[in-house]
Design a protein around this ligand. Structure first.
Ligand code: ADP
Ligand code: ZN
Length: 209
């Protein structure tokens, strides 16, 4: 059983590494950011409100996130484990997650802020499959995964990125301490090439059972 949480600032490469873990271990990649971008809530007014929150770089309310994640974790494909990317992001979410399932390991992707600014500025997202890519690694204007059209994320605008960092420092960083105390934290240097980071990440996940 591998129930893994990926922790790290916006743009630390959680999504990219999560895809690798998912390929290697056959467990689903659950990205709450992607869930919010791709799906619509039943209530159109609430849906607009949530999309506006995301576009400002703020956090969607805990109750709603907890509900969404709980439903997702109850699906059959999560029976042998999962990789959570972008959740939990607050102490309240972490407490909720603990009350729902036991987590086997938490991987922290440690990346200096200067590098992150560059990564986010060059990030392109596939409008078809949702995969993220960096311009420096693209050979054409199409998604390498599915051939779909690429675009930028609204919340990658510089002012919004600044807000997302503030939110990370304030609400999410305290989780590092929480998971360290539980003895679940594994720190990976996320500043190297994606391939180097991947091999460290996979080694950590292998050890988390
Ligand atoms: P990144 O990790 O690059 O910031 P994500 O795709 O994980 O991007 O998240 C994008 C946005 O979606 C967040 O800035 C936030 O507005 C919203 N979001 C995602 N996950 C959560 C969560 N667990 N709690 C609250 N808001 C969330
Ligand atoms: Zn694609």
């Amino acid at each position: 059983m591998r129930r893994i949480v990926l922790l790290g600032p916006p743009g630390s490469g959680k999504g990219t590494q999560a895809v690798k873990i998912c390929e290697e271990f056959g467990i689903p990649h659950i990205s709450t950011g992607q869930m919010l971008r791709e799906s619509s809530l039943d209530d159109p007014e609430l849906d607009r409100e949530m999309k506006a929150i995301v576009a400002r770089g703020e956090l969607v309310p805990d109750d709603l996130m907890n509900e969404l994640v709980k439903e997702r974790l109850n699906e059959d494909d999560c029976a042998n484990g999962f990789i959570l990317d972008g959740y939990p992001r607050t102490m309240e979410q972490a407490a909720f997650l603990d009350s729902e399932v036991g987590i086997d390991g938490v991987l922290l992707l440690d990346v200096p802020l200067e590098l992150i600014a560059e990564r986010l500025g060059g990030r392109r997202v596939c409008l078809n499959c949702g995969a993220s890519h960096h311009v420096s690694r693209l050979k054409s204007g199409e998604c390498p995964a599915c051939g779909g059209e690429l675009g930028t994320r609204r919340d990658d605008a510089p002012e919004t990125v600044r807000r997302r960092f503030q939110v990370y420092e304030l609400s999410t960083r305290p989780l590092i301490e929480r998971y360290a105390k539980q003895g679940k934290l594994m720190r990976v240097d996320g500043s190297g090439s994606f391939e180097d980071v991947t091999s460290d990440v996979l080694a950590c996940v292998r050890s988390a059972v």
